[in-house]
Write a protein that binds this ligand. Structure first.
Ligand code: NAD
Length: 481
């Protein structure tokens, strides 16, 4: 692996005005590489390059199918480099190699999907009587600034970059300080498919420095942010100062409601994916389970056995798909999660299994199930962002929905029952942008994703996301008779 990774601005690999940052392998605690850190001057150069390409029309004047083909080709480029990207991702982020491969494929899938959508962004004609001809078109905003979190650095960038380019925007990506390395392949892909220099700029920098400079830059025309609520508020405030729109994809405290008639065998699989995938560092993780009281004890027993069946070890030793989990992203995140578990215990909850760091170097935490959690406890309301699921009890559907809706978040929710009426009622009542029935994470790139409440606004994925990247222009023509 390269020992020093630069930023990519205006088609060139460059050093950072703010120096370098060490990238740590969370599975060993050892230094993996150095990454250039951008300062406000670098951000300005990237934005000016993107603005120049936008104003030139090099992307926005293309017939959409041509743009779409380039976007699709970027996805294929990622797949052609799958092995090296996945390995780098595992080393910088901690996830099992097989999960990293899923992430590379997921990233490529965004380029396939939005490349396909490029030529579907159509306007409409509005009848104004015989004297006029009126139509709408959708034009790109211009420079799209995209600020990325460390948990899925490839997929989160792919999600906004593919839609931004497909609609004719130029992009400046601010990669996360903990996991910036794999984003370099997006720059290589942009070059390989023939995008003009400056259309895609990728830079790493500190949030309060490069991130703040990018979100406040007066020549940025639209912002997409994925990350925590406090940073989202800072970015929305900066966007408001420049009167530019932003999409906020923030955190969650999502709940699965498990009714007494649920298929518990199937639900066990959902626990595996819902909370232990990426060591629980997933915004839409199943971080709460609300169990009907009559099945509560059996459910806890099954969840504990799922947690205990998971092997935890360095991601690089996990090439094969299976019941395995890697390191969390950093010691700091691991300690924060373990601390939230002990605080919950102090507040009266029970740690049914897990809760402790592994006795070895690296940011490892045991897969954890916390029971006897009540809605007033901190762990029932705040995001752990780790492999920790909280189990709450409800005596009927109304109580379960009330608990599910009892946090300020509203990213996703789930209901598990064999009764379609019950599922449909619950799906209506859960306040979240996406509701899964009988399978956590059901859906895909095609289905819109985003939050209610403090989980954010705007939608990514699906056709809905396209409308975040374009503005509507109406053209009204007076006809001479
Ligand atoms: P974070 O908010 O700390 O950082 C996210 C990004 O914002 C990083 O690139 C960071 O450098 C940058 N940043 C930090 N301060 C900034 C500032 N003042 N101005 C501009 N940029 C700034 O979040 P994180 O810890 O990297 O990620 C974890 C959070 O992200 C969790 O809350 C998780 O739920 C959320 N998340 C949400 C989704 C989603 O789609 N809804 C997906 C993944 C993660």
């Amino acid at each position: 692996m390269k020992t020093y990774w630069q930023n990519y601005i205006d088609g060139a690999w460059v050093d950072g005005g703010a120096g370098r940052i060490d990238i740590i392998n969370p599975a060993t605690g050892e230094k993996l590489a150095e990454q250039a850190l951008a300062d406000a001057g670098d951000v300005d150069r990237a934005v000016q390059a993107a603005r120049r390409v936008h104003l030139s029309g090099a992307l926005s004047d293309l017939r959409p199918v041509e743009r779409g083909r380039m976007v699709q080709a970027m996805g294929r480029y990622l797949l052609e480099h799958l092995d090296e990207i996945a390995k780098t991702l595992t080393l910088e982020q901690g996830k099992p190699l097989w999960e990293a491969e899923i992430e590379v494929r997921g990233a490529a899938r965004y380029f396939e999907y939005y490349g396909n959508q490029a030529e579907t962004v159509e306007g409409r004609s509005i009848p104004l009587g015989a004297g006029y001809f009126d139509f709408t078109t959708h034009e790109p905003y211009g420079v799209s600034a995209q600020i990325i979190p460390w948990n899925y650095p490839l997929e989160m960038t792919a999600r906004s970059l593919s839609a931004g380019l497909a609609t004719g925007n130029t992009c400046v990506i601010k990669t996360p300080e903990l996991t910036p390395l794999t984003n370099a392949w997006f720059a290589d892909a942009a070059e390989a498919v023939g995008l003009p220099a400056g259309a895609v700029n990728i830079l790493c920098g500190l949030g309060h420095e490069a991130g703040a400079a990018l979100s406040a830059h007066p020549d940025v025309n639209q912002i997409v942010f994925t990350g925590s609520v406090p940073t989202g508020i800072a970015i929305a405030t900066a966007a408001a100062q420049n009167v530019v729109p932003c999409v906020l994809e923030l955190g969650g405290k999502s709940a699965a409601i498990v009714c007494e008639d649920a298929d518990l065998d199937a639900f066990e699989k959902d626990v595996r994916w819902g909370i232990y995938f990426n060591a629980g560092q997933v915004c839409s993780a199943m971080s709460r389970v609300i169990a009907h009281e009559s099945i509560h004890d059996e459910l806890v027993e099954r969840m504990v056995s799922v947690a205990q069946s998971i092997t935890v070890k360095p991601g690089i030793e996990q090439p094969e798909f299976g019941a395995t989990m890697g390191a969390m992203v950093s010691d700091k995140q691991r300690d924060r999660a373990a601390g939230m578990v002990s605080d919950a215990q102090a507040q009266g909850a029970t740690v049914a299994t897990g809760g402790r760091p592994l006795n070895r170097p690296g940011a490892f935490l045991e897969p954890t199930v916390v029971t006897n959690v009540t809605p007033d406890m901190t762990i029932a309301n705040e995001e752990v962002f780790g492999p920790v699921v909280s189990v709450l009890k409800a005596s009927n559907d109304a109580e379960a929905i009330k608990i599910a809706n009892g946090t300020p978040y509203g990213l996703v929710g789930g209901v598990f029952t064999r009764n379609l009426d019950r599922a449909t009622q619950a799906a209506r009542q859960v306040r979240a942008g996406q509701v899964f029935v009988n399978e956590w994470f059901a859906g895909g790139v095609e289905t819109p994703f985003g939050g209610y409440g403090k989980s954010g606004y705007g939608r990514e994925k699906g056709r809905e996301a396209l409308w975040n990247y374009v503005q509507t222009k109406n053209v009204a023509i007076k006809l001479n008779s």
